[in-house]
Every structure is written in C-alpha cells, then in structure tokens.
Design a protein around this ligand. Structure first.
Ligand SMILES: O=C(O)CCC(=O)C(=O)O
Length: 264
C-alpha cells in the first residue's frame, strides 16, 4: 500500500480542482487479492448476508437497474454495486491503509466515519450509464454533505470500459440542486461541455481523490474488459442521518474513538 502521506501539493489540488490523482496506492499482490475477493463475493463463494447488493441493468439504462437490497442475488459477475465492504477484512485493510488515513486526518480530522465503502462495477460488455451528478444534497439524507471520495481502480479504467469523467473545478459551483445527485439538462449544457470534460483513465491499483461536489459521470462498458472499482466516501463522524425513514442509521467509524479494528 502507498505509505507516504497526502502531500501539500495534493491537498492544494483537492481544494483547487476538486480532483487529484494519487498514483499507485496498492501493489500487484494486494490488487490481485482484492480482485479475487470481490469476484468471490459476487460469485457467492464468500457470503455476507447483510451487504447491500445490486445487479446491473439489463438494458444499460440508469432507470432500469435492479433493486439495491441486502444479500446475494445469484452467482454472476454482473453486479453493479456492493456496499458495506468494510465488513470484509481484506477491504478493511485497504480502508485502514496509510494513504486513506492520511487523507482522512488531513481533510476531515481525527474522528472519521464511512458514508459508503462501495464496489462500483461495469461488467464486461455491459454496465450502466451514470449521468452527470454530484455526491450530496437532500437525497443523501445527511445533516452535512461529505466532501471526500477516494476511487480505486481494480481494473484498468479506460474510455472504452466506462472510466469516470469529471469537470475539473466544478465543486466550486456548490450544490447545483438542493435535492442533490443528478443535474438538469440546462446545467449539463452549461457546465459539462466537451471541452471541459476529463476522462479519468487509471491503471489497475491507481486511485484518485475527488471532492463530493465535483460533477462526474461514467459511460457504459463498450469493451470486453470489466471495469471494477472501489469507491470510498468518508466524512466527519459527527455527521448524522436526517431523513425521516432513516434517521436511526449509524455510520461505521473508520478512525477515532471506537473505530473499526483490523482483525489480529
Ligand atoms: O464508478 C463510477 O462509475 C461512478 C462512481 C461515483 O459516482 C462515485 O464513486 O461517487
């Protein structure tokens, strides 16, 4: 795992651009272990009954995805999302790695919890178009928007297989819709023009850091190479759920008092 801390230049770029390439953060052995582990979870060789799992859509349309509910939904590599991966000891090792710890402590502070630790997949020749959006707003059901997402490529992420696309600096626009998530067509035309879009191609094992208000999207997978990735959103542990149907929700503590611990 990358052992050196977030540098001053990286921190500055996070604030200025809302986006920073972190380079290689796990080595090849660690990468292969995580690839194997996520495939084993998808194929049901390792079971976690209480992880949220969602199959990809059959049509590639965003409105057409399977329900995201607890538990396994069949032995297939065509999952789109798997959440709560902090329950898996191997993923937890990465969550506790020096670079994640340094980002958490530098940008957030000593008491840090996990909003989501999530596998995001575009299966080979499959995948769903994810429209332009920001990661915040009322739909997130929190009393304060988180700011930090660390996105780790578990496969090469390319234009062909649906790498993340961003508009650098767009976090400075603030939240574009109070409800959050997707933006309007007019906003897309205004802020996401071709000359502003960057394709975040990465090698497997590389990661980037992204501000949650940065505009981003990703395409379907038009190749035979899967696009597996692990996206971690962390936040100040004082952040509380505030949606009526969800206000009892607790967020696992990653760093600070009573934080999740690595198994001995
Ligand atoms: O992995 C993707 O395609 C999109 C990821 C994303 O929206 C996120 O990590 O917040």
């Amino acid at each position: 795992m990358r052992s050196h801390a977030l540098s001053d230049q990286e921190l500055q770029a996070f604030h200025d651009d809302g986006f920073v390439r972190l380079g290689q953060v796990i080595n090849n052995d660690e990468l292969h272990e995580l690839q194997q582990r996520i495939d084993d979870i998808m194929l049901g060789k390792i079971h976690y009954d209480d992880m949220m799992m969602q199959l990809d859509s059959e049509t590639g349309d965003y409105g057409d995805m399977g329900q995201q509910t607890k538990g396994h939904k069949g032995a297939t590599l065509k999952y789109r999302k798997i959440e709560q991966l902090e329950k898996d000891p191997l993923f937890l090792e990465y969550l506790k790695s020096p670079i994640v710890s340094s980002i958490a402590h530098t940008i957030i502070g000593d008491e840090v919890s996990i909003f989501r630790s999530m596998f995001m997949n575009k299966p080979a020749g499959f995948g769903t178009l994810l429209p332009w959006h920001q990661d915040g707003g009322r739909i997130w059901g929190l009393d304060k928007d988180p700011e930090v997402t660390i996105w780790l490529a578990l496969d090469p992420a390319t234009k062909e297989n649906g790498c993340v696309q961003i508009v650098r600096g767009s976090h400075k626009l603030g939240l574009l819709s109070e409800f959050g998530h997707t933006i309007s067509e007019e906003q897309e035309q205004m802020y996401c023009t071709d000359d502003q879009i960057e394709f975040c191609e990465l090698k497997a094992g590389e990661a980037f850091l992204m501000h949650n208000l940065l505009l981003h999207r990703s395409d379907k997978n038009n190749s035979q190479q899967s696009r597996r990735a692990f996206s971690l959103c962390i936040m100040d542990a004082a952040t509380k759920a505030n949606r009526d149907d969800d206000d009892q929700r607790e967020f696992p503590k990653l760093f600070g008092q009573d934080a999740l611990a690595l198994s001995a």
